[in-house]
Design a binder for this molecule. Structure first.
Ligand code: NAP
Length: 343
């Protein structure tokens, strides 16, 4: 079939102008991606429509995962995008292995490739370092009786299978998500291939400065999830202590100066700080605004500094369902004392 050169929509952004991150491999990753986690309020069909619409306005980086339950629909959208003339090598497609497939990484990756309709991924991530299955949508109090802590030798078994995927050509890069400094130190020490990225929660009220600096010093690119503070997350993922980034006076003030939604300020700050945000949106106006934020006038030094001063250490995705024994608190998942929490 003939392909045509696909021009971005009039209000879109030329993908060539979108900032890129150079990974340790030399590959260039667009410094903003579209999240695709519809959780329990946005259907697979709506997410797929957003993927197609976002590609039409200039997005090339898509953050997928098998557990999002929509890779088949997203794959159909990507096929339409490519039929319209976007070449596979212009896209940056990420997926992740879910926690119940740590022992069968190749099978999981091949399933994702089949669902997405692709021959290879640009990036494949271990979604969480805990091999515990939880059904999507389960309550935060739910605990798997077979839940296991992080056990480094088990994680290395998983990581060796990840490395094998690169040899097989099923993915160009591999990376981690939801890791901590002590876990990454062991992985960097024992792995043959270093993670190309670490996907981690990052937004103005949760800046994770130490981990952010650590991964960059290791040549690992930080990818930031919930970059807007996940205002649409379900009720079960909220606690009374959670703060709201988009209502922070420092963010609101900058948004007013620029005449944009505070969400866009969060995205601009993320890119300018040096992480790669992956904001989710199925609203065309919003995903266009986020992409335009990546190429418009930068925040001033004073504004960047003002945002660096509003960190609230407010983790939104606490991960309680991965706790492995009674009497633990979610902080145990995050090695807050700088050591891996003992089993
Ligand atoms: N690795 C992991 O463990 C992990 C964990 C969580 C998330 N993620 C990834 O990160 C992605 C993003 O995280 P998230 O979806 O939780 O949160 P988010 O991107 O911080 O927030 C998304 C919400 O912000 C709204 N929004 C987006 N742009 C906006 C704008 N310009 N103006 C106003 N509202 C705007 C969206 O609503 P509309 O749709 O109405 O625009 C949506 O409700 C996920 O989709 C997923 O791909 C990864």
């Amino acid at each position: 079939m003939d392909t045509v050169t696909w021009e971005p929509a009039a209000d879109g952004v030329d993908p060539c102008l979108v900032p890129k991150r150079r990974l340790a491999s030399g590959a260039l990753m667009p410094a903003i991606g579209l999240g695709t986690f519809g959780s329990d309020h946005v259907s697979a069909v709506e997410v797929a429509a957003a993927v197609e619409g976002a590609a039409a306005v200039g997005y090339r980086h898509f953050d997928c995962a098998s557990v999002y339950g929509n890779e088949r629909q997203v794959g159909a959208a990507l096929a339409r995008v490519m039929r319209c003339g976007v070449r596979r090598e212009e896209l940056w497609i990420v997926s992740k292995v879910w926690n119940d497939r740590h022992a069968d990484i190749e099978g999981s990756c091949r399933q994702t490739l089949a669902d997405l309709g692709l021959d290879y991924l640009d990036m494949y991530l271990v979604h969480w370092p805990f091999p515990n299955f939880h059904p999507p949508g389960c309550s935060v109090d739910s605990r798997s009786p077979a839940a296991k802590p992080y056990i480094h030798e088990n994680f290395m078994r998983t990581w060796r299978q990840m490395e094998r995927l690169v040899e097989l050509g099923l993915t160009r890069h591999i990376g981690t998500s939801n890791m901590t400094i002590p876990k990454l130190k062991l992985l960097v020490r024992d792995g043959r291939i270093r993670p190309a990225v670490n996907e981690m929660e990052l937004h103005p009220h949760f800046q994770q400065q130490e981990l952010f600096e650590f991964v960059r010093a290791q040549g690992i690119e930080p990818v930031g999830y919930c970059p807007i503070g996940s205002p649409g997350r379900p009720e079960r993922d909220r606690t009374p202590e959670d703060t709201v980034d988009t209502e922070d006076p420092a963010i609101v003030k900058i948004a007013q100066r620029l005449g944009v939604h505070p969400a866009v300020v969060c995205v601009k700050w993320a890119i300018q700080r040096g992480q790669t945000p992956i904001p989710f949106s199925t609203n065309r106006r919003n995903y266009v605004a986020n992409l335009q934020g990546a190429v418009s006038e930068p925040l001033t030094d004073d504004e960047m500094q003002a945002i660096s001063g509003i960190d609230r250490n407010c983790r939104l995705i606490k991960g309680q369902v991965f706790l492995w024994k009674d009497g633990q608190s979610w902080e145990d998942l995050w090695d807050v004392n700088g050591e891996i929490t003992p089993p």
